[in-house]
Each structure stands twice: as C-alpha cells, then as structure tokens.
Design a binder for this molecule. Structure first.
Ligand code: SF4
Ligand code: SF4
Length: 426
C-alpha cells in the first residue's frame, strides 16, 4: 500500500474543526497529537524533513485510529490512513515487538491458534476468576504487566470448533454465510451463538465457513502489512468458493466489517487483479445489525414480542460502525423494540480501545480515554451498555470494573436473542 501523505497534508486548511473531538488530543492536549499536527508531521516525513526516530514513533503510535477526525473534517482528509501507512514504515524500521509477532503468527495459523488457546484456557482458572455471564476474566491477584485488568474470556473450544458448517432453518435454498471475527470466535462466543438463534427464529439457513481466517485488522493497525496481505488473499480465495451460493456474508463485529468492506479494497489498490476479486466479495459483506434491519423481517418479528418491563440500555457507537461504515440507526432501531434506549451525551466519543499497541505499550492513554466514556454511561443510569464490537466490549468491561459501576456490557445481538428467548418463555 503506497499512500501519498503530502497531498493530504497540503490539503489541510488548519480549520481546527477536528481538534476538539480527537481522542488523543482530549487527553494529551498538544498540537503534535492532534489530527492537523499528525498531518503536518506525515507531510514533513514524506518530504524527508522528519526523521522517523523513537520520538516520532512514539507520537505516531499515540493515535487511536478512531477516524473521528475523518468523519468531522469538511474534506474527509484521511489522517487515519496516513498514520496506518507511517506505522508500516515504523514496523519496517524498528521491527515489531515479540509478543505482537507471536500473536500475528498465530493469526496466520488458525490451527495453532486453536490449539494454543485451548491449551492455555485449561490453566486460566488458576490465575483468573472466570465470569461466564460477562464472558470475562479478572486476575485473582495483581499480575506483572497487567495488574488486575479484566480480559475477555478464553474458551476451550472456539465458536467455529463447536458448530457444524451448515445449519438448516428452512426448506428454502437461500442461506447466509457468517464471518465470525476473532473476538466472537474465541472470546465472546455468545455473540455469534445469539446471531444463530436470531437466524433460526427468522428461518434463515446458515453457512459457517470453517476455513475463514482473521480479517487482518490487528496486523493492519500495527503496520504488519505482510500478514495483512496474506490473510486477505487466503480469505478471498476461500470466499470465492461459496460467494455465489450465499445471499450475504454477515459479520457481528464492527471492526472486522469495516476492515473487510473498507480496508481490504484500499490495501489492494496497487494489485488490480486482487482489488477486483476483493470488490466482488465485499459487495456481499454486511455488518449484522445492518443486514438484519434492511434485509430481513427481524424488526417486524421483534414488534410481536411482549416485554413486561423494558430494561434501560445505552448504545455505544463503535468508531468503525458509526464513523467508517455509517451504521448507527440500525442497532438502535432493533434494540428499541424491546429495550428502553437511553442516549449518551456524545455518541461520537471513542471508548479508547485503540488497537494492540495502545492496549499493550500505551495502556495508560487508553485508561484516560475510557474515563469520560464511563462517566457518560453512568449519567444515562442504564443497566446495560451495548455495542456491536468485541474491542469496545473488552475496553468498556474493564473500564466499568475499574470505575466501580454496576453497569454490564452486552452485545446488541445477545440482547435481541434474549428478548426472543424471554418472550417465548412467557
Ligand atoms: S484517528 Fe482519532 S486519535 Fe487519531 S488523529 Fe484522528 S481523531 Fe485523533
Ligand atoms: S478538519 Fe480537516 S482541514 Fe480542518 S484542521 Fe482538521 S484535518 Fe485539517
């Protein structure tokens, strides 16, 4: 991927519109860590006026890649894309930290990932308190590097290992494919199970492609473009074997959906043959709430359910859904049928997940970014916060725990499946 930073840098008119909403600038109010500061720096870097030294590396790694600036900028200047490209140069120059290398190696080798996670999960209860209801685990004592941070649960068997590939819910020949995403495959498996429950209620046949791979998002945001190239090509070659037999490929994770629909095409710009193949696939890819809302009778079905007391729920917009894919009304419309939706004061604010680097080497920034989000959630007095994204869930579950709130997190698909279940019982 070769992106001309200079054009974006020169096109910035320094109007400042993007600055007040920038996730990093809110917690580190320095011009260099603001969208227009980043654009100035990437321009200087491309003109050869800025050396990519440790200080520059540190600055570029502070961006949360939340795309808030792009969604606000009058000319949609792609600050996030520019930084993703610089991160590739950073990875080439400085190398990738060992634990990220191990993680990306496992992403490229799903069999080994399945085995390793299954093996590790056996020993986890020794060190962690497991909470199956919230699908999370918390260290029993403060551990080196991670303290008492709450992590997503690691299941002994992944979603893909537990399910057969064809699920027949009707006699019709139509079916949808499910791209599960790593969070829903290994950690928050109730999300993907809930999607299956909803599709069963709607009598829609499902194909669960067993050889699907990671979409490549964690490697993309870290600058490991070799891994991204490999994962996109492996997925595309595999998806081509069934794409004509399915109505759609449905994704219950905002980040994976945005990666596939937006970044796969951008990544393959300079490989025209692959770009064309990617485009054919991505035209059939949808985020789950988007597809269920627009292409099925789910909304009508939910209207027939009777809930005695509607629980207060607040919906958090994942950046990849709201700002990249422009999906925000669909999950709200589906949830509002059976839950009492309470809005937060600023639906645009990022939760502060930020990707692998922020979560590991710059976690202090992530904690600061989450603080105001937690305050917003508390102000709604909702019992549940919901978002269609495993990364937001990991971030918010930990932040809610650390800020002593009783609010719990649940994916919109889990809430919808629960409404269907409860209504059947009553
Ligand atoms: S992507 Fe987010 S954190 Fe990065 S510059 Fe834009 S608004 Fe700021
Ligand atoms: S909103 Fe766009 S043009 Fe204005 S300062 Fe930000 S990046 Fe530059």
């Amino acid at each position: 991927m070769n992106f001309d930073f200079t054009k974006a840098s020169e096109a910035c008119v320094k109007c400042v519109k993007c600055v007040p909403s920038c996730t990093i600038h809110k917690i580190n109010s320095d011009e260099v860590t603001s969208p227009r500061g980043f654009l100035e720096l990437v321009g200087a870097y491309q003109r050869g006026e800025l050396e990519l030294d440790k200080n520059a590396k540190d600055i570029f790694e502070k961006c949360f890649l939340c795309s808030t600036c792009v969604s606000i900028c009058p000319t949609s200047l792609p600050t996030d894309l520019a930084i993703e490209n610089v991160r590739h140069d950073i990875a080439e120059k400085f190398g990738i930290t060992w634990f990220k290398k191990v993680y990306f190696f496992l992403l490229r080798h799903r069999g080994l990932m399945d085995f390793s996670f299954s093996f590790i999960s056996v020993f986890l209860p020794v060190l962690f308190k497991i909470n199956h209801e919230t699908q999370s685990m918390k260290p029993r004592v403060s551990l080196p590097f991670i303290g008492k941070r709450v992590f997503p649960l690691l299941n002994r068997k992944s979603f893909l290992q537990r399910h057969k590939k064809e699920i027949k819910n009707s006699e019709e020949s139509e079916k949808v494919a499910l791209f599960v995403g790593c969070f829903s495959n290994y950690h928050y498996t109730k999300t993907a199970d809930s999607l299956l429950e909803i599709l069963k209620a709607l009598k829609i046949n499902v194909f669960i492609p067993p050889r699907q791979r990671c979409c490549g998002a964690p490697a993309f945001f870290t600058g490991d473009f070799k891994t991204v190239d490999m994962l996109i090509k492996q997925n595309v070659e595999y998806f081509e074997t069934f794409i004509d037999d399915v109505e759609a490929i449905v994704v219950p994770e905002a980040t994976c959906a945005a990666m596939i629909k937006e970044d796969w095409g951008r990544f393959m710009q300079e490989q025209p043959e692959w770009h064309e193949r990617v485009t054919k696939i991505t035209s059939k890819v949808f985020m789950a709430s988007e597809w269920l809302y627009a292409k099925t009778d789910l909304l009508k079905y939910l209207k027939t359910l009777h809930m005695d007391d509607k629980i207060n729920v607040t919906y958090h917009d994942p950046c990849h859904a709201r700002k990249v894919l422009k999906i925000f009304k669909e999950p709200r419309a589906l949830l509002a049928e059976n839950y009492n939706l309470v809005e937060m004061s600023d639906p645009n604010q990022c939760c502060g997940f930020g990707g692998v680097t922020i979560q590991s080497e710059k976690f202090e920034l992530s904690k600061k970014a989450a603080k105001s989000k937690v305050e917003m959630i508390k102000q709604t007095k909702a019992k549940i916060v919901s978002a269609e994204c495993g990364a937001c869930r990991m971030q918010l579950t930990n932040a809610l725990d650390k800020n002593d709130t009783k609010v719990i997190f649940s994916h919109p698909l889990e809430l919808i499946a629960e409404a269907i279940r409860n209504s059947k019982k009553s």
